[in-house]
Structures are given as structure tokens and as C-alpha cells.
Design a protein around this ligand. Sequence first.
Ligand code: PMP
Length: 369
Amino acid sequence: MTIGAGAKLSDLPLREDLVGRSPYGAPQLAVPVQINTNENPFPPSEALVADLAASVAAAAVGLNRYPDRDAVQLRRELAGYLARVSGVPLLAENVWAANGSNEILQQLLQAFGGPGRTAVGFEPSYSMHPIISTGTRTTWLPAPRLADFSVDVPAALQVIREHDPDVLFVTSPNNPTGGSLELSDIRELVGAARGIVVVDEAYAEFSERPSAIALIDEFPAQVVVVRTMSKAFAFAGGRLGYLAASPAMIDALLLVRLPYHLSVLTQAAAIAALRHGDDTLGSVARLVGERKRVAAELTRMGLTVVPSDANFVLFGVFDDAPATWQRYLDEGVLLRDVGIPGYLRATIGTESDNDRFLQVSRSVLGAAR
Ligand code: PMP
């Protein structure tokens, strides 16, 4: 008998607003084709692993001391990368980093959300936006997307005027549907908002659209662009998310972040990974090519594929998506059932992952529709 098994969750004096909630729970199953969490399927290069190991070893000599609380060198490197790709001359003062972009989102909601405050997002979108909102006691107000999963900009402007959210989430490219917004549309949404606008660009490297980083100088009190090293940088296990914003926005986050939140080891590892950034990001074009191939093949099978500029595709339409998800799993292919009736999401994997996924798709199709 496990120690403490006498207490159930329902026995605990939990906050009322958390009773009955479900935790984030993408299954982690050891099957041959794991294409359910939008990771980069390519492992780090040998050169990166060697550099990272040496960097962590060097950092370990000082493990008895706390890390640089403000992660200045890492933020300088991240700013350099963003400046290169966006053409906006960002400095370390424009960038903040944390343990995954989920922690960045949590810090933003701790600073700008909270009791009596509201956050709006266009659903279906990233499931952690409402979960982190609820966790920080920010009232979550979902607004619908159009039937094709795009944002209805005039309707969105109406929602913003009506609800006046303290935090507006714009996910571009959107997870789990894959589409992105034009910069001019994001500018319009920011123009209508009073609160901050969190543009979640976790998948930006896979898209050709310009980044909302271009809007920071125009709306320095509002625009925050959230990025991650979990996807294109193939660093999901390293846990490194970051944002670009005005220096004032980062001053706000310093009020809520935990001191020394980014370990010496994380900072050293992320800096090493960034040194190999050009090499790692070489996988982006390959994954985009594969995304096009996978989308075309699924379409040829008669499936509906939502246009994506991320590293995944949402596809259907199945009479029973959960049963279809199970059928794929029985064949060793782990997809994501994101709860959109009739649809499943597949992350673009290696060429052989994708071949296997397409092969299983052909075999499950007859039974599923
Ligand atoms: N934003 C979006 C839109 C995502 O899809 C994800 C990961 N699935 C994240 C943020 C969080 O990623 P991480 O914490 O690994 O940076």
C-alpha cells in the first residue's frame, strides 16, 4: 500500500475553482511513431551534444552558487537570433527566458491576469492558455473561430470591444489547427485592445509570415511575442521558452518570477544549443517539405487537411475520432486527439515516421469513415 493512499483528491481542501478540472495530459507512450506533441523528430547533432556536455561540465564547477538570476548572456544570444530573423534590432533587454514558454505564459498571467481580470482566446487553440488562466484565477473567455478554423477578424474586434480583456491570446500559427494570421490582422486586434496581447509564436519558424515582433515598437505597452526552443530548435527536453517585448514588459515579469528560475545547467545548455542554431534549424525546411507531402497524400486519400504553416496537420473528418485515434495507436502510431469532433492532429516526423503514418492512414481509412 502506497504511503498516504488514504487521502483522495476529493478529500483535500483544494481551491473551489480547481475542483473537477483535468490536468494537461498528452499521453506519453513508448510506441514506434510518436507524433503527438509537435516535437522536432531529429535528435541533436553529435557536435551539439559534445558542445552541450562540455558547457554543462564547465557550468557545473560553479553549481554551489546560484545562477545568473537574469540570464543575461542567454537573453543576449536569443535577442541576436530574433534580431537576425525578424530584422528588428532587439537587445537582451527586450528578451526574457524561462523553463519553456508555458512558464513564460504563466508569468505573463501572474503579472497581467489574476482575480477580477479576464483573458480571451480564439478556440480551438492551445489548451494551456485556459489552464494557465484558470491556475492564476484569470477568467477565461473563449471566442469561437470560423468553421475553417481561421480567426474571424471583424467578430474578434467585436469580442475585444465587448469584453475588454486584460490579456488577449493570439496564437499564430495556431495549435492545433495550424493556420496563422496576417500581421495586418494582428495589428488591428492590438489596436482594438486595451490589455496586453500575447502573440504565441511557438511554431513561427515553420511559417513564412512575418513575426509580430515587428509590432513591439508600435505597441510597447501591449505586444508580447512568445517563442520556444521546443519545436524548431529541437530542445523540448531542455525546457527553454522566451519572449520578445518592451523592456518595461520584462520589468513587470521580474515582479512575479521566482528567483533563479533558470538553472545554471539550463542556461549553459541553451546557449550551447543556440551556437548550433543554424545547423538545427536546417531541419525546418525538411519538415515543411514533409508537411506538404503528408498533407497532399492525406488529401489524395479523400481526407480533409486544415492548411498548416506549423510542424503538424489537423485532419479528418472521422465519424469517431477517439476510436480512430485508438486504431492508429494499435498500429504503433501515436496521434493527438485534441477534442475537436471528427479531427486528429499529426506532428510531422522523420520521413520514415511519415511513411508509416501514411501507410496506417490508408489501412484505417476504410474502417473509420
Ligand atoms: N504555445 C504553443 C502554441 C504550444 O503549442 C506549446 C507546446 N505544445 C507551447 C506554447 C509550450 O511549449 P514549451 O513550454 O515547450 O515551450
